[in-house]
Design a protein around this ligand. Structure first.
Ligand code: HEM
Length: 317
């Protein structure tokens, strides 16, 4: 689509590259066992662009978008015998002290907008269409916090790829031509212990993250010993840095003491995201794990494949 056409009506399904939004809802669903459940899901997700228009057209400036991801087992039900090469269930990582669990999920809806009411309304309309064909595994409503900070107080997302590097990092290319334009989505819901984090003070916190808390400038990478989060999450293969596209969002209920980060990473090659995770949870060198994990517990972990808009539409049969 030309940028002019996009500007006229900025609504399209599967916009992985959607601009950072003020609000997001992350909805993880399981599909019921029956053929009728599958048929309802097929109809709904293949027609998601119409539902997006139904809600998004009511305020175009809110830039409503939605990416639908499909889990490994659900993919085989929706498209038997024809699956993206790297689609698999999330491999749990047991680092002893820190565990990245593997949790279920057949469908992911990553809904983004400038207004929380549009996110809400879109989820309402989609759930109405899905009816009893699905059960909710997790629903997280999240928000942008000041200058794109996570609840640890750090600007989150700075090193994301932009321009052509974004497409290169986030989308499947010619290596799996039948699924080109799709993306592997890894999600993890983290809960933070903010009182312990606060007790560290800004200097130690900045050392752990690898960026200055106040002005977001980068610290130099440690070559040996304990590495910062941004260093453990930086992956080089043959001297070339391999990126993923992240759109982490804070969520929480301050009155109940719940503070979290919803991690979402889009990658054309899911091994990149999984290797970053192994470096964080197991450490590099081994044992020197990411100190962010001392105050962050992963409560979920799931992989989805978000097909291109055309392929999603074709899942309707
Ligand atoms: C960088 C926060 C989990 C991958 C960062 C930065 C922050 C941050 C503040 C520095 C600014 C930036 O470049 O975005 C968090 C929090 C997490 C979390 C609060 C959850 C508790 C993860 C996970 C992954 C990841 C699970 C990958 C699987 C990255 C990458 C960078 C980064 C690739 C950029 C590194 C660079 O090239 O400088 N994260 N992160 N993060 N994070 Fe995370």
């Amino acid at each position: 689509m030309s940028s002019g056409a996009w500007d006229r009506v900025p609504i399209a399904a599967q916009t992985i590259e959607a601009t950072l939004s003020q609000f997001a809802t992350f909805l993880v669903l399981d599909i019921g066992p029956g053929d009728d459940d599958l048929a309802t899901v097929r109809d709904t997700i293949s027609g998601i662009d119409d539902l997006l228009k139904t809600v998004g057209f009511r305020d175009l400036s809110a830039r409503l978008s939605c990416v639908v991801g499909v889990g490994s087992a659900a993919w085989d039900r929706l498209s038997p015998g024809h699956r993206p090469r790297q689609l698999r269930t999330f491999p749990a990582i047991d680092g002893g002290k820190n565990v990245a669990p593997s949790t279920p999920g057949d469908l992911l809806l990553h809904v983004r907008a400038e207004r929380s009411d549009l996110c809400f309304e879109f989820v309402r309309v989609v759930m109405n269409a899905l009816g009893g064909s699905v059960t909710v595994v997790d629903e997280t409503t999240a928000f942008r916090y000041f200058d794109a900070r996570d609840l640890l107080g750090f600007v989150d997302g700075t090193a994301n790829p932009v321009g052509p590097e974004l497409t290169e990092a986030a989308l499947v290319g010619d290596e799996d031509p039948d699924f080109a334009g799709g993306s592997y989505v890894v999600v993890q819901k983290y809960l933070h212990d903010l009182s312990t984090w606060a007790s560290y003070g800004a200097d130690k916190q900045s050392e752990i993250v690898g960026r200055d808390k106040a002005d977001n400038t980068e610290h130099p990478d440690a070559e040996t010993g304990q590495k910062a989060h941004k260093t453990l999450a930086t992956l080089e293969v043959g001297g070339v840095e391999r990126a993923i596209l992240r759109d982490n969002m804070p969520f929480g209920r301050a009155g109940s003491g719940e503070f979290g980060t919803y991690f979402i990473g889009y990658a054309g090659n899911v091994t990149v995201t999984l290797t970053m995770l192994r470096r964080m949870f197991l450490g590099d060198p081994l044992g020197m794990y990411d100190r962010i994990l001392d105050v962050s517990t992963a409560t979920t972990g799931t992989i989805f494949f978000a097909p291109s808009a055309d392929q999603l539409a074709s899942l309707g049969g």
